[in-house]
Design a protein around this ligand. Structure first.
Ligand code: PGA
Length: 254
């Protein structure tokens, strides 16, 4: 039995105003009251963070950013630093989401730099990796995952690495309604864990949480989350509705 505490994170992407995020929290908190089995994290847009931190105060819900810059501060118009996220009450941050990689020029190197700065500010980084459909079709899934994980972890000190979370998000499964089969996800997670072991040592790899993301819904959460290699979920679309996200959090553990 794994001692890895499952983590279920909501990635709201560019949805919800501060008022809408407060409505979500008001509806969601009673639904998950007393739920301690899983770590629950809400990752709202930056402008909602203060509202979500305030309205979840005193609960077990954590709040995370969806992205950050790798520098401490500076002339970087439109960017947010790790220190700002932490000061606003965030405990987690998503790094290297495939939408950032594909649409906003995020690279393996910027993910690595961001990871270093997130760890410096004691944020729990949720590092996203995953292959494109064409890469899977060309038999390159393993190569892509090994490269993304290895490059993300360059020069990370093992004593800081314990907090890192990795999310396996096959790009073809994000927002498409297609999910990796539990077997595909389990295989990818083993590949990821093997690279973590090479980069940081077996003990850290065995304790690192590896989440699955890509069209997780209340209907498939139980099957996916019962895979021994899957330590939680990063949920986009189905996390926008309080009832739906609460159902995912309350998956049945067999
Ligand atoms: P999805 O998004 O659940 O809507 O597929 C997941 C993600 O992008 O993290």
């Amino acid at each position: 039995m794994s001692t890895r505490k499952p983590l279920i994170a909501a990635n709201w992407k560019m949805y919800k105003t501060p008022a809408q995020s407060k409505e979500f929290v008001a509806a969601f908190l009673p639904l998950v009251h007393g739920h301690t089995r899983d770590e629950i994290v809400l990752c709202p847009p930056f402008v909602d963070i203060v509202a979500v931190v305030a309205t979840t105060h005193g609960s077990k819900i954590h709040v995370g950013g969806q992205n950050m810059h790798w520098q401490e501060e500076g002339a970087f118009t439109g960017e947010i630093s790790a220190g700002m996220l932490a000061a606003a009450g965030c405990t987690h941050v998503i790094l290297g989401h495939s939408e950032r990689r594909q649409l906003f020029g995020e690279t393996d190197d910027t993910v690595n730099q961001k990871l270093h700065n997130a760890l410096k500010h004691k944020l729990v980084p949720i590092v996203c990796v995953g292959e494109l459909l064409a890469e899977r079709g060309a038999g390159k899934t393993e190569e892509v995952l090994l490269r993304q994980v290895a490059r993300a972890l360059v020069n990370v000190a093992p004593d800081l690495a314990r907090h890192i979370v990795i999310a396996y998000e096959p790009v073809w499964a994000i927002g498409t309604g297609k999910t990796a089969t539990p077997e595909m996800a389990a295989e990818a997670h083993l590949i990821i864990r093997s690279q973590v072991a090479r980069s940081l040592g077996r003990e850290i790899a065995d304790n690192m949480r590896i989440l699955y993301g890509g069209s997780v819904k209340p209907e498939n959460a139980t099957t996916l989350l019962n895979q021994p290699e899957i330590d939680g979920a990063l949920v986009g679309g189905a996390s926008l509705d309080a009832q739906s996200f609460a159902k995912i959090v309350q998956y049945t553990l067999f």
